[in-house]
Unconditional design. Structure first.
Length: 768
């Protein structure tokens, strides 16, 4: 306290005492001068070297500040503090507040949002932790269950700010990752392809103009800029733990909106009342288009976006969605898909203006697909009329004569079919493409007719064949089962999360069986609430890469008919201990899907914790490891967990043995017996699996007890010497003890013998 010295213990297995010194007076003076130089300058105007210096100084200040707070809390307010310590703390507190106010006042400006954030992230990480802790905490969040996120979450958030800043400044070149899109062009159209594929110039110009129009509403633009940084608030582990059951397990937007409100982040980050409302809306719905594209949420959910009847807010959401998709991965939104999203935006504007309704737009799409269905059914029965082209046949007015209700119902089923395609990563195939193939239209002609800009023939061909396999799998199931699955996926009754990754590891039939089982399980919840039910596959998606063989084997043992006809088969999934497990979250209307292998590693680890004998532990470990290696599926991760638990328990048992050995050593009063006991323990140490630290501890215990015995021996001799009155008595005592000293010389060393001899010499001189 009051010195600048700091003592601490490092984290980790080997605790190390760390001693540091910080000249707090000088640091505070320098930081105050730097703060005056900052004024209201953008971070981008500060040289990188100055930022790094600022980061070092702030790191020193923050370490001191937090240590002081901890010190006062631990010791109580009565702890006497020197004036220098109080002065440093007061100055540090004022500097922290000034830094926060000044930097938060500049880093959210849209025209240099990315520049400032990127510079702070790479050159002043400790300062950024202080300014935006909710952002930096995402750096270490696990994304193993995610299909598209392969880098830390902060990387793609920074990429999103780069793209947004590019739209604000109309720097269209910075919007794209040119190198990635050039490689993608070569992949789609061959190695001779030049240039890139991505958004068109017109589309980028439109996005830039939309952002400029949004700028006329400062509160909305501010909310939009901040939403790019905090869009994944719902992922924060410490907040998910803090709010527990209140957090929606699969909807990150809902979780983020909850945290935003409860943590009072609007005030913290300077959002006014309107801005806070805009921010909450964007946060809650930020991934809706992404889920639409993937089939996880039906297009009927767009009603949530148009409900506020605010075209500027809709456009902010549209830009947000565009940038978010592109930031996750450049190829998630190219010109073809972008065109579809612009059409959806135009439709939403018409709905807000009262020119149409979402229901009428969807019904139009249903009726169109229903006409195709009846055309295909007639073709299967009668073939193509002579002299009639496929195009004329499909566009014939004959299909308009079919009852509209029948076409609507059939079209809804077809729309659900297309949703299943998207659920399994098929983005570009429509039902019309399959109809064309049934009518013997060449696939290359279909590809040309679709007039793709970014999708090469090979990609389209692959998706078509994937779609056919899924189509045939569904067609081979009984009609009641097929109609049930499709009916459940019409409208916004069912939402899914994480299904695409899981399905990619399953056979085609097992994909549909898993979907059927979860949809049947979801019926248990329908009576409780009229809102959408979420099928949460995120938990199983985290293990599917390692457990897919076991999952496929489990599903192979179930038939769709058994699931459909036997109510117990589905009810069993809610009670089972192994295999596919279903768990209901009534509060959030979520059905979560888990997988538990029949191998219970937690049970084995728990059993090992109760074993106190090292030989018994070794036998159990090796037998368990042997059983795992005989298992037909992947078990390497289980083996590693078992091995880690074994080594941990070995270490714990070794500590128990050492503690017992210490007790035994403390009871030994003979050097020879002590040496013998330690020798036996040292010989067994290798067989017992003692670590190098534990083997060293044996020596330490031995030396400690030996020193104690030597001290006791010295006290006894000193006591005896104090009572001797003449030289003859001294000589007699020496003759008695010298043989004892000689016999034990190998245990306590000649130095100890010399020390005692000097004591005798000193007494002899005093007696003469």
């Amino acid at each position: 306290v009051g010195t600048g010295f700091q003592v601490g213990v490092s984290a980790g297995e080997r605790e190390v005492l760390e001693i540091g010194y910080k000249n707090m007076g000088k640091n505070l003076d320098t930081l105050e001068r730097l703060l005056k130089q900052l004024a209201d300058r953008p971070v981008g105007d500060i040289p990188a070297s100055d930022l790094e210096a600022l980061n070092r100084l702030f790191s020193n200040l923050e370490t001191f500040f937090q240590s002081h707070v901890t010190l006062v809390q631990d010791e109580g307010s009565a702890l006497p503090l020197p004036p220098k310590q109080i002065e440093w703390f007061d100055r540090a507190q004022a500097l922290r507040a000034a830094l926060r106010t000044r930097l938060l006042g500049v880093i959210f400006r849209p025209d240099h949002l990315f520049t400032d954030l990127d510079l702070l992230f790479h050159h002043a990480p400790r300062l950024l932790d202080f300014l935006l802790p909710e952002f930096t905490a995402l750096k270490d969040v696990q994304v193993s269950g995610q299909l598209y996120l392969t880098l830390p979450v902060t990387d793609y958030l920074i990429a999103a700010t780069r793209k947004f800043q590019a739209l604000v400044t109309r720097d269209k070149q910075s919007f794209h990752d040119t190198a990635f899109l050039h490689r993608l062009a070569q992949k789609e159209f061959g190695p001779m392809a030049v240039g890139i594929i991505g958004l068109s110039t017109t589309q980028l110009d439109t996005l830039c103009q939309i952002v400029e129009d949004i700028g006329r509403n400062p509160s909305l633009l501010d909310a939009l800029a901040k939403s790019f940084i905090f869009q994944d608030l719902g992922r924060l582990p410490h907040l998910r733990a803090k709010y527990g059951d209140e957090v929606h397990p699969a909807d990150l937007g809902s979780a983020g909106a909850l945290f935003f409100e409860r943590e009072h982040l609007a005030k913290k980050y300077g959002l006014d009342e309107k801005g806070a409302a805009y921010f909450t809306f964007l946060l809650r719905h930020h991934s809706l288009f992404h889920h639409n594209v993937r089939g996880e949420i039906s297009y009927a959910s767009i009603q949530e976006i148009v409900a506020p009847r605010d075209k500027a807010l809709l456009d902010a959401f549209f830009v947000f969605s565009f940038v978010m998709l592109s930031a996750i991965r450049e190829d998630l939104i190219l010109e073809d898909l972008a065109g579809r999203l612009f059409q959806i935006r135009s439709m939403c504007h018409k709905i807000i203006d009262g020119k149409t309704t979402l229901e009428s737009q969807l019904n139009e799409a249903f009726i169109e697909r229903g006409s195709l269905y009846f055309a295909l059914e007639k073709h299967k029965a009668e073939g193509l009329p002579e002299g009639v082209t496929v195009s004329d046949y499909l566009n014939s007015e004959e299909w308009e004569k079919v009852d509209e209700v029948r076409r609507l119902e059939a079209g809804q089923m077809i729309f659900a079919f297309e949703r299943i395609f998207r659920l399994q990563g098929i983005r570009y195939v429509q039902y019309r493409d399959l109809v064309d193939i049934f009518l013997d239209v060449p696939l290359r002609f279909i590809h040309r007719r679709r007039n793709f800009i970014n999708v090469g023939y090979a990609t389209f061909e692959k998706e078509v064949y994937e779609a056919f396999r899924i189509y045939n799998t569904l067609q081979n199931m009984g009609e009641p089962i097929r109609h049930f699955i499709l009916d459940q996926l019409v409208g916004d009754r069912i939402r899914l999360a994480g299904y695409e990754k899981v399905s990619g590891y399953l056979s085609y039939e097992n994909r549909i069986k898993l979907l059927l089982a979860t949809l049947l399980g979801a019926r248990k919840m329908e009576a409780n609430d009229s809102g959408p039910i979420c099928l949460n596959f995120l938990d199983i998606s985290e293990v599917i890469e390692k457990r897919y063989e076991a999952v496929n084997q489990y599903l192979n043992g179930i038939t769709p008919e058994k699931l459909w006809e036997d109510k117990y088969a589905v009810n069993h999934l809610f009670k089972a201990k192994t295999g596919i497990l279903l768990k209901m979250d009534e509060r959030h209307h979520v059905l979560s899907i888990h997988f538990q292998d029949r191998i219970s590693i937690p049970g084995k680890i728990s059993h090992m914790q109760n074993i106190n004998d090292i030989e018994a532990l070794k036998r159990y470990f090796h037998s368990s490891l042997g059983a795992l290696r005989k298992h037909p599926f992947y078990t390497e991760d289980y083996e590693l967990k078992l091995e880690a638990a074994f080594e941990k328990r070995m270490h714990e048992i070794a500590d128990l043995i050492l503690n017992k050995a210490k007790e035994e050593m403390d009871g030994i009063t003979d050097f020879k017996r002590l040496h013998s006991a330690v020798g036996e323990l040292s010989e067994r140490a290798w067989d017992l699996g003692f670590s190098s630290d534990q083997r060293q501890r044996i020596n330490d215990l031995y030396e400690l007890r030996k020193d104690s015995l030597k001290h006791e021996e010295l006290k006894r001799i000193d006591y005896a010497l104090d009572s001797i009155q003449d030289v003859d008595e001294l000589r007699s005592y020496w003759n008695q003890i010298k043989w004892h000293l000689k016999e034990n010389r190998r245990y306590f060393g000649k130095e100890f013998e010399s020390l005692i001899a000097r004591r005798f010499d000193a007494v002899r001189e005093s007696l003469l």
